[in-house]
Design a protein around this ligand. Structure first.
Ligand code: F3S
Length: 445
């Protein structure tokens, strides 16, 4: 069958999509981007916040229209929206032929077979199942950078978050499976792996009875061909001295840490069900900066959580100002059905949430400009991702830039560079988020 695959949502969901694509390829289905020729359409959905849900529903509706007009015989909905709203989807969208839950995506080929025979399939498993699949993922992120998922689900139960309901409690992907995935990625030319999970820092606790991320990282560093290992989704209270030491000592691990903290006011952190205080956050950030002076820190924040006062917001502004994050994402609070925060009193009006978000983003713009300015004159290794032909320049990322969410460096080069190459670049200019520079020599290894 010719299959059109649409992946929505986060990088964890993207890994699930890539696994499904691998399984479909193994069964000799053909993956197509051409809507007109698709015989099966799979939409892997997100249901994290209201906007993501809207996007998922919109996409399903568009694909349902396509099904009426084109070659398409089956429309299959997988992922987080399917997990939460399977009955509603089947009831309200007669064009949908099958729904597949977040822990049953490895059944995709079987679902297609059964649907083709006329069954309206609902494929769901226990929310705490961990599919371990023996396939080579089909990479959708270019040939040289990929996400590596080391865990599924989350035990933290922050009061605003729906993820444990959609993805279950935390399960670590066993060491041998993580390493196999990493080796396969390296064999297919990947040089940068970005480690993801709902949270990466408690990896191993369910298997070994204690956190073992440092050990996993050391093993991943041994995988030949991998040049950069980048850690995303770290929880501040789980960042141990041992972890800091490994980041410091292992040359393959980028001096970069993504550590979502959401807020700094103790009152709001408590209502959010977070386990750290402002003081503890300041302590861990201080330690990271002392131990690894060139570390780039990324965090995400939420404005307008229920009960957030002007004073709490001022607290957050002063925190952003004093901590000087290298990268920052700010989101407005979105009340999610079935979470404790949805039922909390003192919900904040939408316009106030947005004003506070904009204020923080503006503040961060100045901080980011200062940070990028400090890079001018430095020599940095850059992973080249492409060329802008009209301008005759190349685009890449430094260790300070995670794919999709951070900045870029625009590079002048005398000789041709292939996407995926590493080059060393002298930084010659900066704006708020991006850098410019000249290649000073080709990296040889
Ligand atoms: Fe969305 Fe599910 Fe990811 S809700 S953000 S696709 S874990």
């Amino acid at each position: 069958m010719k299959i059109l695959f649409v992946s929505l949502g986060c990088d964890k969901n993207l890994v699930d999509s890539e696994v499904m694509l691998g399984l479909l390829r193994d069964r000799h289905h053909v993956i197509t981007n051409d809507e007109a020729e698709a015989e099966v359409i799979v939409v892997n959905t997100c249901s994290f916040i209201h906007d993501a849900r809207e996007e998922s529903i919109q996409t399903i509706l568009e694909m349902a229209e396509l099904k009426k007009s084109g070659q398409c015989r089956l429309l299959i909905v997988t992922g987080c929206l399917a997990e939460k709203y399977k009955d509603e989807i089947l009831e309200e969208l007669p064009e949908v032929d099958a729904v597949v839950g977040t822990t049953a995506y490895d059944r995709i080929c079987d679902v297609i077979d059964r649907s083709l025979e006329g069954e309206r399939v609902q494929s769901f498993e226990s929310i705490d199942r961990l599919p371990l699949v023996n396939t080579r993922r089909v990479l959708t992120t270019g040939g040289y950078s990929s996400y590596l998922k080391i865990g599924e689900g989350c035990d933290k139960h922050c009061t605003y978050c729906i993820i444990p309901k959609l993805r279950g409690n935390y399960r670590s992907v066993p060491l041998e499976n993580v390493l196999k995935d990493a080796r396969q990625l390296a064999e297919s030319g990947v040089t940068e792996i970005n480690i993801v999970a709902q949270e990466t820092t408690t990896w191993g606790k369910d298997i070994y009875g204690e956190k073992r991320l440092p050990m996993l990282l050391k093993e991943l560093c041994k995988v030949e061909g991998i040049r950069w290992i980048r850690l995303l989704y770290c929880y501040p209270e789980e960042i141990t001295d041992e972890l800091i030491q490994v980041i410091k000592e292992e040359p393959k691990i980028c001096h970069y840490l993504d550590m979502p903290i959401q807020h700094s006011s103790d009152a709001i952190l408590k209502r959010m069900g977070r386990r750290t205080s402002r003081q503890e956050l300041e302590d861990i950030i201080g330690k990271l900066r002392r131990e690894i002076p060139d570390i780039a820190l990324r965090t995400t924040l939420i404005t307008g959580f229920p009960g957030e006062t002007e004073e709490d917001h001022e607290n957050l502004k002063s925190f952003v100002e004093t901590m000087g994050f290298d990268r920052l994402g700010v989101f407005t609070y979105s009340p999610e059905e079935g979470t404790p925060a949805e039922r909390m009193p003192d919900q904040v009006p939408e316009e106030v949430k947005e004003e506070r978000r904009d204020e923080l983003m503006l503040l961060q713009q100045q901080i980011s400009a200062e940070k990028t300015e400090q890079m001018v004159g430095k020599n940095l290794d850059v992973l080249v991702e492409g060329r802008i032909p009209e301008e005759g320049i190349y685009v890449g990322r430094t260790y300070r830039d995670a794919p999709e969410v951070d900045g870029y460096i625009f590079i002048n080069a005398e000789e041709e560079i292939i996407s995926g190459d590493f080059v060393t670049v002298k930084v010659t200019g900066a704006d708020e988020y991006d850098l410019t520079g000249d290649v000073i020599y080709e990296f040889t290894e």
